[in-house]
Design a protein around this ligand. Structure first.
Ligand code: UD1
Ligand code: UDP
Length: 397
């Protein structure tokens, strides 16, 4: 079976890397990788970390790219690759322009599509924009829908789609568990991480921030930055914010927060470093999908700076709270977590609603027509959860 995996952004690469590794090790599968290069620098660091080589690189990224320009370049580029390779299956991931354009290109060539991370929904086409539309479109043309959770499967069932649905868990936990193990088992690496960030002050609580959603551009980001500026006045905290490379984000973040005390605006971190940083965080403030899935596995409280999430599982479990982009709501929620230790502790439970580290294996089993236990079933059966090393390593104890 010839399988072409296509991805282009940082989160897709992180979440497809463990799957590509399993595909490569499966004797009856010929695995090929095409990257669109929708992200350039942020993609390349992930490829290096997981040692994945692209067979095709479409290099579509342009500065300040428009959604339509990007979509068109990805679609026509991957169309040529599909025509040349003639794969049996095209695998795409999630909700990006790359995923949607490449799924449609495969569909037009009548090549079956497998959607990794299928079925996430907010029910609102504007949030996240344009990702909610991308997800729905990809699921609509997919023959295999790899739903991470029971909730995402239920979303798909409501839509009466044609493809088969398998609950696999999210491959992000495969990637995270492996990365935590690497950090835990390699003392030299751990020492190197400390050496990389000598300015982290262990006596101050670390607030780790990421943000990049299009629907928050403008007022939303100004409001988020006002909250961070306010919080930076507290002497007991330090803020670390790896700033997304999108100029629409960078301009407002740099100009609003550049002069704030104890606030470190840094370049996007390599995944290894970012996982290390999450392990040290006291609170994570984010609008990222992937971080919402990773933080509960690490036992870290997360405040989601969006009005709605397509990842309700950790909210239901009480370790993630939606705070939107309002300055007041963000500052109040952070202050409560900083000042109320029992409240913080109640948020800091390690839970695994998104995966158990075996999602990639399940996806390959499904593609090969083998029987396997679905993700929810594995948890219900009491199958041990992976990685005892992912536990919280909060620097302030
Ligand atoms: C995309 C995805 C979003 C995902 C996010 C992860 C779409 C529609 N959205 O949004 O689902 O959550 O990636 O980060 O596909 N840039 C660089 N170098 C990089 C990466 C980005 O310079 O390595 C800059 C470029 O100027 C680019 C801009 O960031 O034009 C925006 O990138 P783009 O992929 O268009 O959108 P994201 O907002 O990153
Ligand atoms: N991430 C990273 N470096 C950073 C910030 C995030 O490696 O500086 C990782 C993070 O751990 C997660 C993924 O990137 O796995 C999320 O990417 P992003 O927030 O860009 O996209 P989203 O998940 O919202 O689609």
């Amino acid at each position: 079976m010839k399988i072409l995996s296509v991805f282009g952004t940082r989160p897709e690469a992180i979440k497809m890397a463990p799957l590509v590794k399993v595909l490569e090790l499966t004797p009856s599968i010929e695995s090929l990788v095409c990257v669109t290069g929708q992200h350039r620098q942020m993609l390349d660091q992930v490829m290096q970390l997981f040692q994945i080589r692209a067979d095709f690189d479409l290099a579509v990224m342009q500065p300040n790219q428009t959604l339509n320009g990007l979509f068109a370049r990805a679609m026509s580029g991957v169309d040529e690759v599909i025509a040349k390779v003639r794969p049996d299956v095209v695998l795409v991931h999630g909700d990006t322009s790359t995923a949607c354009a490449c799924a449609l290109a495969a569909f037009h060539r009548r090549v079956p599509v497998g959607h990794v991370e299928a079925g996430l929904r907010t029910g609102n086409l504007s949030m996240p924009f344009p990702e909610e539309m991308n997800r729905r479109t990809v699921d609509g043309v997919s023959e295999w829908m790899f739903a991470p959770t029971l909730t995402s499967k239920a979303n798909l069932l409501r839509e009466n789609l044609q493809g088969r649905i398998h609950i696999t868990g999210n491959t992000v936990i495969d990637a995270l568990a492996a990365t935590c193990d690497t950090l835990h088992s390699n003392d030299t690496l751990a020492a190197q991480m400390h050496a990389n960030y000598p300015w982290i002050d262990p006596s101050r609580k670390l607030i780790l921030v990421t943000g990049h959603r299009r629907e928050s551009f403008g007022d939303g980001f100004r409001s988020i930055c006002a909250a961070l500026a306010e919080l930076s006045k507290r002497p007991d905290v330090q803020i670390i914010y790896p700033v997304h490379l999108n100029p629409a984000v960078r301009d407002v973040v740099m100009s609003s927060l550049g002069q704030c005390n104890r606030t470190h605006l840094i370049e996007p971190l390599d995944y290894l470093d970012f996982v290390w940083m999450m392990q040290r965080a006291h609170i994570i403030l984010t609008d990222s999908g992937g971080v919402q899935e990773e933080a509960p596995f690490l036992g870290k409280p997360v405040l989601v700076m969006r009005d709605v999430t397509e990842r309700p599982e950790a909210v239901a479990a009480g370790t993630v709270t939606i705070v939107g982009t309002s300055t007041l709501r963000i500052t109040e929620a952070v202050r409560r977590l900083l000042d109320d230790a029992p409240y913080h502790a109640s948020f800091s439970r390690r839970i695994n609603p998104y995966g158990d580290g075996k999602a990639s294996q399940r996806i390959v089993s499904a593609l090969m027509g083998r029987n396997f236990r679905e993700f929810g079933a594995a948890v219900a059966d009491g199958t041990p959860l992976p990685s005892t090393h992912a536990m919280s390593m909060d620097s302030d104890g």
